[in-house]
Ligand binder design. Sequence first.
Ligand SMILES: Cc1cc2nc3c(=O)[nH]c(=O)nc-3n(C[C@H](O)[C@H](O)[C@H](O)COP(=O)(O)OP(=O)(O)OC[C@H]3O[C@@H](n4cnc5c(N)ncnc54)[C@H](O)[C@@H]3O)c2cc1C
Length: 462
Amino acid sequence: MQEALAADIGEPCPPLDAKVGADVCIVGGGFAGLWTAIELSAREPGLRIALLERDICGGGASGRNGGFFSSSWWDLPGLTGLFGEAEGLRYATAVSDEVAAAERWCLDHEVDAWYHREGALGIRAGAWQEGIAGEGPADVCARMGEAARMRRLTVEEARSMADSPRITAAAFVPDAAICQPARLARGLRRAALERGVRIFERTAVRGIDRGRPAVVRAETGAVRADQVVLTIGSWAASWPGFRRSFGVIADYMVVTEPIPELRREIGWTSNMGIADGRDLLYYLRPTDDDRIAIGGGATGVAFAGRAESRAVTHDRRISDAAARGLVWLFPQLEGVRFTHAWGGPIDMTPSFVPFYRTLPPGNVHAGLGFSGHGLSQTKLGGRILAGSVLGVEDEYTSLPVNAGEVAKAPPEPLRWPAIRAAVWALQSGDRQEEVGRSRGSLRSSIGSAPSRYRDRLVRRGA
Ligand SMILES: Cc1cc2nc3c(=O)[nH]c(=O)nc-3n(C[C@H](O)[C@H](O)[C@H](O)COP(=O)(O)OP(=O)(O)OC[C@H]3O[C@@H](n4cnc5c(N)ncnc54)[C@H](O)[C@@H]3O)c2cc1C
Protein backbone atom coordinates (compact mmCIF):
# COMPACT_ATOMS: atom_id res chain seq x y z
CA MET A 1 0.00 0.00 0.00
CA GLN A 2 2.90 2.31 0.79
CA GLU A 3 4.25 1.74 -2.71
CA ALA A 4 0.83 2.18 -4.35
CA LEU A 5 0.04 5.43 -2.51
CA ALA A 6 3.46 6.83 -3.33
CA ALA A 7 2.76 6.19 -7.02
CA ASP A 8 -0.74 7.69 -6.91
CA ILE A 9 -2.46 8.94 -3.78
CA GLY A 10 -5.75 9.54 -5.62
CA GLU A 11 -8.34 12.17 -4.95
CA PRO A 12 -9.52 12.58 -1.34
CA CYS A 13 -12.69 10.80 -0.21
CA PRO A 14 -13.61 12.49 3.10
CA PRO A 15 -15.71 10.71 5.75
CA LEU A 16 -19.49 10.75 5.56
CA ASP A 17 -20.74 13.67 7.66
CA ALA A 18 -24.40 13.91 6.69
CA LYS A 19 -27.53 11.92 5.98
CA VAL A 20 -27.56 11.07 2.28
CA GLY A 21 -29.73 9.04 -0.05
CA ALA A 22 -28.58 6.42 -2.57
CA ASP A 23 -30.03 3.67 -4.70
CA VAL A 24 -27.32 1.29 -3.48
CA CYS A 25 -25.06 1.54 -0.45
CA ILE A 26 -21.97 -0.67 -0.46
CA VAL A 27 -20.34 -1.30 2.92
CA GLY A 28 -16.63 -2.16 2.62
CA GLY A 29 -14.13 -0.90 0.05
CA GLY A 30 -12.05 -3.98 -0.61
CA PHE A 31 -12.06 -5.84 -3.91
CA ALA A 32 -15.54 -7.29 -3.38
CA GLY A 33 -17.13 -3.89 -2.72
CA LEU A 34 -15.17 -2.07 -5.41
CA TRP A 35 -15.80 -4.65 -8.16
CA THR A 36 -19.52 -4.57 -7.24
CA ALA A 37 -19.55 -0.76 -7.53
CA ILE A 38 -17.80 -0.93 -10.92
CA GLU A 39 -20.08 -3.66 -12.23
CA LEU A 40 -23.25 -1.89 -11.07
CA SER A 41 -22.21 1.43 -12.54
CA ALA A 42 -21.39 -0.25 -15.86
CA ARG A 43 -24.71 -2.09 -15.99
CA GLU A 44 -26.90 0.78 -14.73
CA PRO A 45 -25.04 4.04 -15.42
CA GLY A 46 -27.63 6.25 -13.70
CA LEU A 47 -27.58 4.35 -10.41
CA ARG A 48 -26.69 6.43 -7.33
CA ILE A 49 -24.07 4.38 -5.51
CA ALA A 50 -22.46 5.24 -2.16
CA LEU A 51 -19.56 3.19 -0.80
CA LEU A 52 -18.54 3.42 2.88
CA GLU A 53 -15.10 2.22 4.00
CA ARG A 54 -13.87 2.30 7.60
CA ASP A 55 -10.20 2.68 6.58
CA ILE A 56 -9.13 3.64 3.06
CA CYS A 57 -10.14 1.58 0.03
CA GLY A 58 -7.85 -1.45 -0.09
CA GLY A 59 -6.88 -1.00 3.59
CA GLY A 60 -8.18 -4.49 4.47
CA ALA A 61 -7.01 -7.77 2.99
CA SER A 62 -7.30 -6.44 -0.57
CA GLY A 63 -4.30 -4.13 -0.30
CA ARG A 64 -2.19 -6.55 1.70
CA ASN A 65 -2.28 -9.88 -0.09
CA GLY A 66 0.03 -12.06 -2.13
CA GLY A 67 -1.19 -10.77 -5.48
CA PHE A 68 -2.03 -14.21 -6.93
CA PHE A 69 -4.90 -13.67 -9.31
CA SER A 70 -5.50 -17.35 -9.71
CA SER A 71 -8.02 -19.77 -11.15
CA SER A 72 -9.48 -22.54 -8.99
CA TRP A 73 -8.47 -25.53 -11.13
CA TRP A 74 -6.27 -26.89 -8.34
CA ASP A 75 -9.47 -27.13 -6.24
CA LEU A 76 -11.63 -28.79 -8.91
CA PRO A 77 -11.92 -32.02 -6.86
CA GLY A 78 -13.31 -30.01 -3.94
CA LEU A 79 -15.61 -27.81 -6.04
CA THR A 80 -17.13 -30.72 -7.94
CA GLY A 81 -17.52 -32.60 -4.66
CA LEU A 82 -19.33 -29.69 -3.04
CA PHE A 83 -21.52 -28.63 -5.93
CA GLY A 84 -21.68 -31.64 -8.27
CA GLU A 85 -19.62 -32.12 -11.44
CA ALA A 86 -21.46 -29.74 -13.77
CA GLU A 87 -21.88 -26.90 -11.26
CA GLY A 88 -18.38 -27.27 -9.78
CA LEU A 89 -16.92 -27.10 -13.28
CA ARG A 90 -19.12 -24.11 -14.13
CA TYR A 91 -17.85 -22.27 -11.05
CA ALA A 92 -14.19 -23.10 -11.75
CA THR A 93 -14.60 -21.94 -15.36
CA ALA A 94 -16.26 -18.68 -14.27
CA VAL A 95 -13.41 -17.96 -11.80
CA SER A 96 -10.82 -18.81 -14.41
CA ASP A 97 -12.43 -16.49 -16.99
CA GLU A 98 -11.88 -13.58 -14.60
CA VAL A 99 -8.09 -13.90 -14.93
CA ALA A 100 -8.16 -12.71 -18.55
CA ALA A 101 -11.11 -10.35 -17.87
CA ALA A 102 -9.15 -8.51 -15.15
CA GLU A 103 -6.19 -8.08 -17.49
CA ARG A 104 -8.52 -6.57 -20.10
CA TRP A 105 -10.15 -4.36 -17.49
CA CYS A 106 -6.78 -2.99 -16.31
CA LEU A 107 -5.75 -2.22 -19.89
CA ASP A 108 -9.09 -0.59 -20.76
CA HIS A 109 -9.04 1.58 -17.62
CA GLU A 110 -5.32 2.34 -17.66
CA VAL A 111 -4.80 0.81 -14.24
CA ASP A 112 -1.14 -0.05 -13.85
CA ALA A 113 -1.54 -2.85 -11.33
CA TRP A 114 1.64 -4.67 -12.43
CA TYR A 115 -0.74 -7.30 -13.78
CA HIS A 116 1.04 -10.16 -15.53
CA ARG A 117 -0.88 -13.11 -16.92
CA GLU A 118 2.03 -15.53 -17.23
CA GLY A 119 0.66 -18.48 -15.26
CA ALA A 120 1.57 -20.08 -11.96
CA LEU A 121 3.95 -22.86 -11.11
CA GLY A 122 2.85 -25.32 -8.44
CA ILE A 123 5.73 -27.31 -7.02
CA ARG A 124 6.16 -30.19 -4.67
CA ALA A 125 9.18 -29.11 -2.66
CA GLY A 126 9.70 -32.50 -1.08
CA ALA A 127 8.04 -35.88 -1.49
CA TRP A 128 5.64 -35.27 1.42
CA GLN A 129 3.98 -32.32 -0.27
CA GLU A 130 0.79 -32.42 -2.31
CA GLY A 131 -0.82 -29.09 -3.26
CA ILE A 132 -1.17 -27.89 -6.83
CA ALA A 133 1.38 -30.36 -8.14
CA GLY A 134 -0.23 -33.32 -6.35
CA GLU A 135 -1.92 -36.10 -8.31
CA GLY A 136 -5.58 -35.25 -7.58
CA PRO A 137 -6.19 -31.86 -9.23
CA ALA A 138 -4.49 -32.62 -12.57
CA ASP A 139 -6.24 -36.02 -12.76
CA VAL A 140 -9.69 -34.54 -12.14
CA CYS A 141 -9.04 -31.75 -14.69
CA ALA A 142 -7.98 -34.36 -17.26
CA ARG A 143 -10.97 -36.61 -16.53
CA MET A 144 -13.31 -33.67 -17.03
CA GLY A 145 -11.80 -32.72 -20.38
CA GLU A 146 -9.80 -29.81 -18.96
CA ALA A 147 -6.31 -31.34 -19.15
CA ALA A 148 -4.77 -28.14 -20.52
CA ARG A 149 -5.71 -26.27 -17.35
CA MET A 150 -3.00 -28.00 -15.30
CA ARG A 151 0.05 -29.23 -17.17
CA ARG A 152 2.41 -31.61 -15.42
CA LEU A 153 6.07 -30.62 -15.83
CA THR A 154 9.25 -32.62 -15.37
CA VAL A 155 11.57 -31.52 -12.61
CA GLU A 156 14.01 -30.25 -15.26
CA GLU A 157 11.32 -28.18 -16.98
CA ALA A 158 10.25 -26.65 -13.69
CA ARG A 159 13.82 -25.90 -12.61
CA SER A 160 14.45 -24.16 -15.92
CA MET A 161 11.64 -21.74 -14.98
CA ALA A 162 12.88 -21.15 -11.43
CA ASP A 163 15.80 -23.16 -10.14
CA SER A 164 14.75 -24.44 -6.73
CA PRO A 165 16.72 -27.57 -5.84
CA ARG A 166 13.77 -28.59 -3.63
CA ILE A 167 11.47 -29.34 -6.57
CA THR A 168 10.44 -33.00 -6.79
CA ALA A 169 7.38 -32.54 -9.04
CA ALA A 170 5.57 -29.63 -10.66
CA ALA A 171 2.48 -28.51 -12.52
CA PHE A 172 1.89 -25.35 -14.51
CA VAL A 173 -1.42 -23.49 -14.46
CA PRO A 174 -1.69 -21.14 -17.47
CA ASP A 175 -4.87 -19.36 -16.23
CA ALA A 176 -3.16 -17.39 -13.48
CA ALA A 177 -1.72 -13.92 -13.05
CA ILE A 178 0.13 -11.90 -10.47
CA CYS A 179 -0.41 -8.26 -9.59
CA GLN A 180 0.43 -5.57 -7.08
CA PRO A 181 -2.85 -5.80 -5.17
CA ALA A 182 -2.82 -2.34 -3.56
CA ARG A 183 -2.31 -0.76 -6.98
CA LEU A 184 -5.28 -2.75 -8.23
CA ALA A 185 -7.44 -1.65 -5.28
CA ARG A 186 -6.52 2.00 -5.75
CA GLY A 187 -7.08 1.71 -9.52
CA LEU A 188 -10.55 0.30 -8.87
CA ARG A 189 -11.22 3.20 -6.51
CA ARG A 190 -10.22 5.71 -9.19
CA ALA A 191 -12.37 4.01 -11.84
CA ALA A 192 -15.34 3.90 -9.45
CA LEU A 193 -14.99 7.62 -8.69
CA GLU A 194 -14.78 8.39 -12.41
CA ARG A 195 -18.07 6.57 -12.88
CA GLY A 196 -19.73 8.73 -10.25
CA VAL A 197 -19.63 6.35 -7.28
CA ARG A 198 -19.55 8.42 -4.06
CA ILE A 199 -16.86 6.97 -1.79
CA PHE A 200 -16.62 7.88 1.89
CA GLU A 201 -13.41 6.68 3.52
CA ARG A 202 -12.65 6.62 7.28
CA THR A 203 -16.35 5.87 7.73
CA ALA A 204 -17.07 2.87 9.92
CA VAL A 205 -20.58 1.49 9.63
CA ARG A 206 -22.12 0.68 13.00
CA GLY A 207 -25.22 -1.12 11.84
CA ILE A 208 -27.95 -1.45 9.25
CA ASP A 209 -31.59 -0.71 10.07
CA ARG A 210 -33.25 -3.17 7.79
CA GLY A 211 -36.35 -2.19 5.89
CA ARG A 212 -37.31 -0.71 2.56
CA PRO A 213 -35.41 1.53 2.30
CA ALA A 214 -32.63 0.40 4.63
CA VAL A 215 -30.63 2.85 6.71
CA VAL A 216 -26.89 2.29 6.94
CA ARG A 217 -25.66 3.97 10.11
CA ALA A 218 -22.12 5.29 10.48
CA GLU A 219 -20.69 7.28 13.40
CA THR A 220 -21.06 10.66 11.72
CA GLY A 221 -23.79 10.14 9.16
CA ALA A 222 -26.14 7.69 7.50
CA VAL A 223 -27.15 6.47 4.06
CA ARG A 224 -30.76 5.70 3.25
CA ALA A 225 -30.66 3.19 0.40
CA ASP A 226 -33.02 0.88 -1.47
CA GLN A 227 -30.36 -1.85 -1.64
CA VAL A 228 -27.31 -2.60 0.52
CA VAL A 229 -24.25 -4.69 -0.31
CA LEU A 230 -22.22 -6.01 2.60
CA THR A 231 -18.60 -6.70 1.65
CA ILE A 232 -16.68 -6.16 4.88
CA GLY A 233 -14.50 -9.26 4.58
CA SER A 234 -13.13 -10.70 7.84
CA TRP A 235 -14.74 -7.89 9.85
CA ALA A 236 -18.11 -9.60 9.36
CA ALA A 237 -17.03 -12.18 11.96
CA SER A 238 -18.15 -9.77 14.67
CA TRP A 239 -21.46 -8.87 12.97
CA PRO A 240 -24.70 -10.47 14.07
CA GLY A 241 -25.74 -13.15 11.63
CA PHE A 242 -22.18 -13.93 10.51
CA ARG A 243 -20.41 -14.92 13.73
CA ARG A 244 -20.33 -18.56 12.67
CA SER A 245 -19.79 -18.04 8.96
CA PHE A 246 -16.00 -18.42 9.11
CA GLY A 247 -12.90 -18.28 11.28
CA VAL A 248 -10.35 -15.49 10.89
CA ILE A 249 -6.74 -16.50 10.39
CA ALA A 250 -3.77 -14.20 9.78
CA ASP A 251 -1.38 -14.45 6.87
CA TYR A 252 1.85 -12.49 6.50
CA MET A 253 4.03 -11.36 3.63
CA VAL A 254 7.62 -10.17 3.42
CA VAL A 255 9.40 -8.58 0.50
CA THR A 256 13.10 -8.50 -0.36
CA GLU A 257 15.15 -5.57 -1.47
CA PRO A 258 15.43 -5.32 -5.31
CA ILE A 259 17.50 -8.33 -6.44
CA PRO A 260 17.63 -8.30 -10.27
CA GLU A 261 20.89 -10.24 -10.46
CA LEU A 262 19.85 -12.90 -7.99
CA ARG A 263 16.63 -13.38 -9.92
CA ARG A 264 18.64 -14.00 -13.05
CA GLU A 265 20.91 -16.36 -11.12
CA ILE A 266 17.99 -18.55 -10.08
CA GLY A 267 16.55 -18.30 -13.58
CA TRP A 268 13.24 -16.83 -12.43
CA THR A 269 13.04 -14.03 -14.94
CA SER A 270 9.37 -14.38 -15.90
CA ASN A 271 6.43 -12.85 -14.05
CA MET A 272 5.03 -16.18 -12.97
CA GLY A 273 3.85 -16.89 -9.43
CA ILE A 274 5.07 -19.95 -7.53
CA ALA A 275 3.43 -21.93 -4.73
CA ASP A 276 4.72 -25.01 -2.99
CA GLY A 277 2.55 -27.81 -1.65
CA ARG A 278 3.16 -27.84 2.10
CA ASP A 279 0.09 -27.67 4.31
CA LEU A 280 0.63 -23.97 5.10
CA LEU A 281 1.88 -23.29 1.63
CA TYR A 282 4.46 -20.75 0.58
CA TYR A 283 3.38 -18.46 -2.26
CA LEU A 284 5.81 -16.10 -3.93
CA ARG A 285 5.95 -13.70 -6.82
CA PRO A 286 8.35 -11.21 -8.34
CA THR A 287 7.53 -7.51 -8.31
CA ASP A 288 7.97 -4.99 -11.10
CA ASP A 289 10.83 -3.41 -9.16
CA ASP A 290 12.65 -6.76 -9.05
CA ARG A 291 11.94 -7.84 -5.52
CA ILE A 292 10.48 -11.15 -4.45
CA ALA A 293 7.41 -11.11 -2.20
CA ILE A 294 6.62 -14.27 -0.26
CA GLY A 295 3.92 -15.26 2.19
CA GLY A 296 2.80 -18.35 4.07
CA GLY A 297 4.63 -21.09 5.95
CA ALA A 298 2.83 -20.18 9.18
CA THR A 299 -0.40 -18.54 10.21
CA GLY A 300 -2.02 -16.79 13.18
CA VAL A 301 -5.54 -17.15 14.52
CA ALA A 302 -7.76 -14.24 15.65
CA PHE A 303 -9.93 -14.91 18.71
CA ALA A 304 -13.63 -14.35 17.93
CA GLY A 305 -12.63 -13.22 14.45
CA ARG A 306 -11.10 -9.91 15.55
CA ALA A 307 -9.68 -8.80 12.24
CA GLU A 308 -7.71 -5.92 13.75
CA SER A 309 -6.02 -7.73 16.63
CA ARG A 310 -2.23 -7.62 16.88
CA ALA A 311 -2.19 -11.33 16.06
CA VAL A 312 -3.30 -10.29 12.58
CA THR A 313 -0.88 -7.41 12.02
CA HIS A 314 2.15 -7.69 14.32
CA ASP A 315 3.26 -11.29 14.76
CA ARG A 316 6.93 -11.23 13.89
CA ARG A 317 7.27 -15.02 14.25
CA ILE A 318 4.91 -15.51 11.36
CA SER A 319 6.52 -13.03 9.00
CA ASP A 320 9.90 -14.59 9.90
CA ALA A 321 8.54 -17.95 8.79
CA ALA A 322 7.72 -16.47 5.37
CA ALA A 323 11.22 -15.02 5.09
CA ARG A 324 12.76 -18.36 6.04
CA GLY A 325 10.71 -20.00 3.30
CA LEU A 326 12.36 -18.03 0.51
CA VAL A 327 15.84 -19.17 1.49
CA TRP A 328 14.60 -22.71 2.09
CA LEU A 329 13.18 -22.89 -1.43
CA PHE A 330 16.10 -21.04 -3.01
CA PRO A 331 19.27 -21.56 -0.93
CA GLN A 332 21.06 -19.43 -3.56
CA LEU A 333 19.35 -16.42 -1.93
CA GLU A 334 21.00 -16.92 1.49
CA GLY A 335 21.72 -13.51 3.04
CA VAL A 336 19.14 -11.60 1.01
CA ARG A 337 17.71 -8.57 2.85
CA PHE A 338 14.01 -8.17 3.55
CA THR A 339 12.76 -4.59 3.65
CA HIS A 340 9.06 -4.87 4.57
CA ALA A 341 6.69 -7.22 6.37
CA TRP A 342 2.94 -7.03 6.96
CA GLY A 343 -0.02 -9.18 7.89
CA GLY A 344 -3.73 -9.30 7.17
CA PRO A 345 -6.90 -11.24 7.97
CA ILE A 346 -8.34 -14.13 5.98
CA ASP A 347 -12.03 -15.08 6.28
CA MET A 348 -11.72 -18.87 6.08
CA THR A 349 -15.00 -20.74 5.68
CA PRO A 350 -15.28 -24.44 6.63
CA SER A 351 -15.91 -25.27 2.95
CA PHE A 352 -13.00 -23.06 1.75
CA VAL A 353 -15.36 -21.35 -0.74
CA PRO A 354 -17.06 -17.93 -0.49
CA PHE A 355 -20.76 -17.49 0.02
CA TYR A 356 -23.40 -14.96 -0.99
CA ARG A 357 -26.54 -14.48 1.04
CA THR A 358 -29.46 -12.04 0.84
CA LEU A 359 -30.86 -11.01 4.21
CA PRO A 360 -34.51 -10.18 4.96
CA PRO A 361 -36.42 -8.26 3.78
CA GLY A 362 -34.52 -9.05 0.57
CA ASN A 363 -32.47 -5.94 -0.11
CA VAL A 364 -29.24 -6.57 1.86
CA HIS A 365 -26.78 -8.74 -0.08
CA ALA A 366 -23.62 -10.13 1.53
CA GLY A 367 -20.57 -11.53 -0.30
CA LEU A 368 -18.02 -12.93 2.15
CA GLY A 369 -15.66 -15.77 3.04
CA PHE A 370 -13.19 -15.66 0.16
CA SER A 371 -10.93 -17.97 2.17
CA GLY A 372 -7.57 -16.60 1.08
CA HIS A 373 -8.37 -16.77 -2.65
CA GLY A 374 -10.33 -13.59 -3.17
CA LEU A 375 -8.60 -11.86 -6.05
CA SER A 376 -10.32 -13.60 -8.94
CA GLN A 377 -13.32 -14.68 -6.86
CA THR A 378 -14.19 -11.13 -5.77
CA LYS A 379 -14.16 -10.02 -9.41
CA LEU A 380 -16.70 -12.73 -10.11
CA GLY A 381 -18.39 -11.74 -6.84
CA GLY A 382 -18.93 -8.23 -8.18
CA ARG A 383 -21.01 -9.73 -11.00
CA ILE A 384 -22.98 -11.95 -8.61
CA LEU A 385 -23.71 -9.14 -6.16
CA ALA A 386 -24.59 -6.66 -8.92
CA GLY A 387 -27.03 -9.23 -10.34
CA SER A 388 -28.60 -9.72 -6.91
CA VAL A 389 -29.01 -5.95 -6.46
CA LEU A 390 -30.61 -5.63 -9.90
CA GLY A 391 -32.81 -8.65 -9.25
CA VAL A 392 -31.71 -10.55 -12.34
CA GLU A 393 -31.26 -14.28 -12.79
CA ASP A 394 -28.27 -14.89 -14.99
CA GLU A 395 -25.20 -17.07 -15.45
CA TYR A 396 -23.63 -15.40 -12.38
CA THR A 397 -26.47 -15.21 -9.86
CA SER A 398 -27.23 -18.87 -10.62
CA LEU A 399 -23.74 -19.99 -9.59
CA PRO A 400 -23.81 -22.49 -6.71
CA VAL A 401 -21.95 -20.20 -4.28
CA ASN A 402 -24.96 -17.84 -4.34
CA ALA A 403 -26.89 -19.95 -1.83
CA GLY A 404 -25.55 -19.02 1.61
CA GLU A 405 -22.91 -20.79 3.67
CA VAL A 406 -22.24 -24.43 2.82
CA ALA A 407 -21.58 -25.08 6.52
CA LYS A 408 -21.15 -23.09 9.73
CA ALA A 409 -17.94 -22.82 11.76
CA PRO A 410 -17.98 -23.87 15.43
CA PRO A 411 -18.84 -21.06 17.90
CA GLU A 412 -16.35 -19.41 20.27
CA PRO A 413 -14.84 -20.26 22.69
CA LEU A 414 -14.40 -23.59 20.84
CA ARG A 415 -13.32 -22.19 17.49
CA TRP A 416 -10.12 -20.41 18.48
CA PRO A 417 -8.46 -23.36 20.30
CA ALA A 418 -9.64 -25.77 17.58
CA ILE A 419 -8.10 -23.70 14.75
CA ARG A 420 -4.98 -23.00 16.84
CA ALA A 421 -4.48 -26.72 17.40
CA ALA A 422 -4.89 -27.49 13.69
CA VAL A 423 -2.48 -24.68 12.74
CA TRP A 424 0.10 -25.94 15.26
CA ALA A 425 -0.18 -29.48 13.89
CA LEU A 426 0.14 -28.39 10.24
CA GLN A 427 2.97 -25.97 10.82
CA SER A 428 5.08 -28.20 13.05
CA GLY A 429 4.24 -31.15 10.79
CA ASP A 430 5.66 -29.29 7.78
CA ARG A 431 8.79 -28.50 9.80
CA GLN A 432 9.28 -32.14 10.75
CA GLU A 433 8.91 -33.28 7.15
CA GLU A 434 11.33 -30.60 5.95
CA VAL A 435 14.12 -32.28 7.90
CA GLY A 436 13.10 -35.78 6.85
CA ARG A 437 11.20 -36.76 10.01
CA SER A 438 7.67 -38.10 10.10
CA ARG A 439 5.02 -35.72 11.43
CA GLY A 440 3.56 -38.51 13.55
CA SER A 441 -0.01 -39.64 14.01
CA LEU A 442 -1.04 -36.97 16.55
CA ARG A 443 -0.08 -34.09 14.25
CA SER A 444 -1.59 -35.89 11.25
CA SER A 445 -4.87 -36.43 12.98
CA ILE A 446 -5.20 -32.91 14.47
CA GLY A 447 -3.85 -31.15 11.38
CA SER A 448 -6.13 -32.93 8.95
CA ALA A 449 -9.30 -32.18 10.94
CA PRO A 450 -10.34 -29.09 8.86
CA SER A 451 -9.77 -30.93 5.54
CA ARG A 452 -11.52 -34.04 6.86
CA TYR A 453 -14.47 -31.85 7.79
CA ARG A 454 -14.48 -30.34 4.32
CA ASP A 455 -14.20 -33.81 2.77
CA ARG A 456 -17.35 -34.78 4.66
CA LEU A 457 -19.13 -31.82 3.07
CA VAL A 458 -17.69 -32.86 -0.29
CA ARG A 459 -18.92 -36.43 0.07
CA ARG A 460 -22.33 -35.17 1.11
CA GLY A 461 -22.37 -33.09 -2.11
CA ALA A 462 -23.37 -30.23 0.19
C1 LIG B 1 -1.38 -11.83 3.60
C2 LIG B 1 -2.49 -12.22 2.67
C3 LIG B 1 -2.19 -12.83 1.47
C4 LIG B 1 -3.20 -13.18 0.58
N1 LIG B 1 -2.86 -13.65 -0.65
C5 LIG B 1 -3.82 -13.84 -1.59
C6 LIG B 1 -3.46 -14.18 -2.92
O1 LIG B 1 -2.28 -14.23 -3.26
N2 LIG B 1 -4.46 -14.42 -3.79
C7 LIG B 1 -5.78 -14.31 -3.46
O2 LIG B 1 -6.64 -14.56 -4.29
N3 LIG B 1 -6.13 -13.93 -2.21
C8 LIG B 1 -5.20 -13.68 -1.28
N4 LIG B 1 -5.55 -13.26 -0.03
C9 LIG B 1 -6.98 -13.06 0.25
C10 LIG B 1 -7.54 -11.79 -0.40
O3 LIG B 1 -6.77 -10.69 -0.01
C11 LIG B 1 -9.00 -11.62 0.03
O4 LIG B 1 -9.72 -12.80 -0.26
C12 LIG B 1 -9.68 -10.44 -0.64
O5 LIG B 1 -8.92 -9.28 -0.54
C13 LIG B 1 -11.05 -10.26 0.00
O6 LIG B 1 -11.62 -9.04 -0.41
P1 LIG B 1 -12.82 -8.44 0.39
O7 LIG B 1 -13.27 -7.23 -0.33
O8 LIG B 1 -13.82 -9.50 0.68
O9 LIG B 1 -12.22 -8.09 1.83
P2 LIG B 1 -11.31 -6.85 2.31
O10 LIG B 1 -10.30 -6.47 1.34
O11 LIG B 1 -10.82 -7.18 3.69
O12 LIG B 1 -12.32 -5.66 2.37
C14 LIG B 1 -13.24 -5.46 3.40
C15 LIG B 1 -13.24 -3.97 3.68
O13 LIG B 1 -14.32 -3.66 4.56
C16 LIG B 1 -13.88 -2.64 5.43
N5 LIG B 1 -14.76 -2.66 6.61
C17 LIG B 1 -14.76 -3.56 7.61
N6 LIG B 1 -15.69 -3.25 8.53
C18 LIG B 1 -16.29 -2.12 8.09
C19 LIG B 1 -17.33 -1.30 8.61
N7 LIG B 1 -17.93 -1.58 9.77
N8 LIG B 1 -17.69 -0.19 7.91
C20 LIG B 1 -17.08 0.11 6.73
N9 LIG B 1 -16.09 -0.63 6.20
C21 LIG B 1 -15.71 -1.75 6.86
C22 LIG B 1 -12.44 -3.02 5.74
O14 LIG B 1 -11.70 -1.92 6.21
C23 LIG B 1 -11.97 -3.52 4.37
O15 LIG B 1 -11.36 -2.51 3.60
C24 LIG B 1 -4.57 -12.94 0.91
C25 LIG B 1 -4.88 -12.35 2.13
C26 LIG B 1 -3.86 -11.99 3.00
C27 LIG B 1 -4.22 -11.32 4.29
